[in-house]
Design a protein around this ligand. Sequence first.
Ligand SMILES: Cc1ncc(C[n+]2csc(CCOP(=O)(O)OP(=O)(O)O)c2C)c(N)n1
Ligand SMILES: [Mg+2]
Length: 786
Amino acid sequence: MAEVDLRALEEIQRRVLWLAVRMVDHANRERPLPPAPPGREAEFAVKVGGHQASSASMVGIMTSLWFAHIGGDDKVAVKPHASPVFHAIKYLQGELDRSYLFRLRERGGLQSYPSRTKDPDVADFSTGSVGLGVVAPLFAAMARRYIDAHFEPSPPARFIALVGDAELDEGNVWEAISDAALQGLGNVMFVVDANRQSLDRVIPGQKIKKLMEFFEGSGWHVVEAKYGSLLQAAFTRPGGDALRRHIDEMENERYQSLFALRGADLRPAFLDGADPAVRRFCDDVPDDELVPLVQNLGGHDLGVLLDAYRACDAETQRPSVVFAYTIKGWGLPIAGDPLNHAALLSLAQINALRAEVGLDEAAEWDRLDPGSPAGRVAQRAGAEVNNVPPKPRPELPVPMGVGGATGAKPVSTQEVFGRLLTGLGLVEGVRERMVTLSPDVSVSTNLGGWINKFGVFAPEEQPDYLGPDRLLRWQQSPRGQHIELGISEMNLFLALHALGLGQELHGQHLVPIGTVYDPFVCRGLDALIYGLYSGARFVVVGTPAGVTLAPEGGAHQSTITPSIGLELPGLTYAEPCFAQALDWLLCDGVARLGAPDGESLYLRLSTRPVDQAPFTAARERLGDGELRRQVLAGGYRLVEPPTDLIAEGAPRVVLAACGAVVPEAVHAAAVLAAEGVAATVLDLTSPDRLYREWRGSLRDAAAGARAHDAAGLHLGHLIQAAERRAPVVTVHDAASHALAWLGSVHGQRTVPVGVDAFGQSGAIVELYEMFDLLPDQIANAALVAL
Ligand SMILES: Cc1ncc(C[n+]2csc(CCOP(=O)(O)OP(=O)(O)O)c2C)c(N)n1
Ligand SMILES: [Mg+2]
């Protein structure tokens, strides 16, 4: 690396601090709010906010990284509350346009927290929900290791997380650090902004020591950047040992209280209760030197930080973490104040800071002088690290269906899924990009066949002690295409996020397919949301789902997951009942992972064997092309009402069923026919697609874009004119709420049937009986509606 000009870096650091703080200040104090409805201004006036103290804490860490350490291939996750620092750096390096400095937290402007999808200066990783961004680079390094083993290796890259110390309270951090799939990643570095403060308080106790031990115990290389060079030099002088002990043994709360003190005020506070040797040492230090000495922490010393980063680079066999001791609010009058998290500097304080960094109002928003050493460093660094847009994802030769999904025997969607995967694995151009993952439920989610054929990924070749003659082989090698994770569902979704950004972060589009017991989608939910918000594309299969998983009992029976699937953006939720429908949906979903307007897919499946005969009948009636089109659109008419009853003018009802309970609706239709009621049975393959189409049409109409025509929707085809006065009974092995909107599309009376209480262990027939899902009960619900 070229000789680092620390003086230039110091100047850059001052400017980064100023711009970050001033950006937040401008957004809060100067930028007018957009006009509110007249007379209601007070109701629309909330403060803009922003985090000057959390930003100041990171200025040294980030300046040294971006201007003297990282290269264009490295990927960095930035602590959420340091986003103004990130944008200030991107501005100084020439990537971010000046106009954005005035648009922090404004619609279409800079996001409050770094965002991959919404910021103009794209962050490598979104952050915001603390803890998730911390481990995102660790998972990205895992993805890179996998990709390098399966494709042409890409240029070496470092994966770096800038972490708030209180972020380490989040359990997901430790779940990731301890997972076997994430070991040995020598290109990972965490830098912990150890300011000993969280949102509410100064963190009590010797927490940092404990955290360092946690990392060490997990096999990490731990580096401490505790003292700046002033203190390090002081420790070598006579009495320096005592000084060091005095600082080391001081409680966090007391040490923090020293940062607000200036001049002569600091001395008595610092020396209270100190050993005489410390007093003697300080007698020789004048007041104006004592303050910078006592506050001289490693996390604000650029040389110390760069040394720490280099020590991490030198360690290539395991991940590294730097504990950089910092001051929350460094360089600001709110430094170290326990309540500084959301504090904003006053106008007078801003004016004083501007003068302190040597700027006036005319030049306060300028970039560094390009002719100055600092300006040259900034330009050189920008040329190296500024973003280049990723190439679009490739279109893969995904077939419409893999085929072979149906036989004569009843079969479950989960079992079919397993077969379809191996089928897809035969498709050249798709197989290479497929990678499966599971949090210790591979066998019980039917990944066994895939694993037997395509092996388990391990960075190094592993002996197979048990040999090949087993039902489930477990051959581990760098060629394997399944990544086995520990039980953490958070890790599953974070890994899907990392692999699902293969194109953007590593230049290789992947088809990541994760399986998880459906109820535990909720356990990983924040990470699922995180992945989608970040624009990752993946397939997640929640299986088995619902009370159909009867014997497993209430703790394993999912009910609210369809709502999650329906409501989350960037994700298509589908819950097919029949084998061929699953085949079409899976293939379509895999193709859409790469489409410019594509998204992720969530399949909610079941272990219940389902008789395929009704589907076969519908297929003969509609033909393959038309049935596939409708399955993908969200549903089809599975059973037409009996023509003789229609001719008689019998009362009508629509049974709209989804997933594993569709057969109950089919049987209920027969019960109703016997009662003289003509029932239509809909199989809703993707309630999500149907809802979106309806909702989109209503929104467009409200915006005056085009008239709403319910009959023109796919649901207009599913529920035909003559049925739109009939009641609808929705039938779902899930909370009844998820489909309860269906009747509103055509203004029909609706009876939602579903699982609105916790289940328990039992047989399927008993659980269905508990939740009114048996054919007679569904028929009764229809009769009530009539
Ligand atoms: C999952 C989650 N919970 C709570 C919050 C609210 N929150 C934002 S910052 C913060 C404290 C962060 O402290 P630390 O990581 O030490 O950062 P610092 O501000 O000290 O730099 C909290 C609780 C959040 N953003 N995400
Ligand atoms: Mg903190």
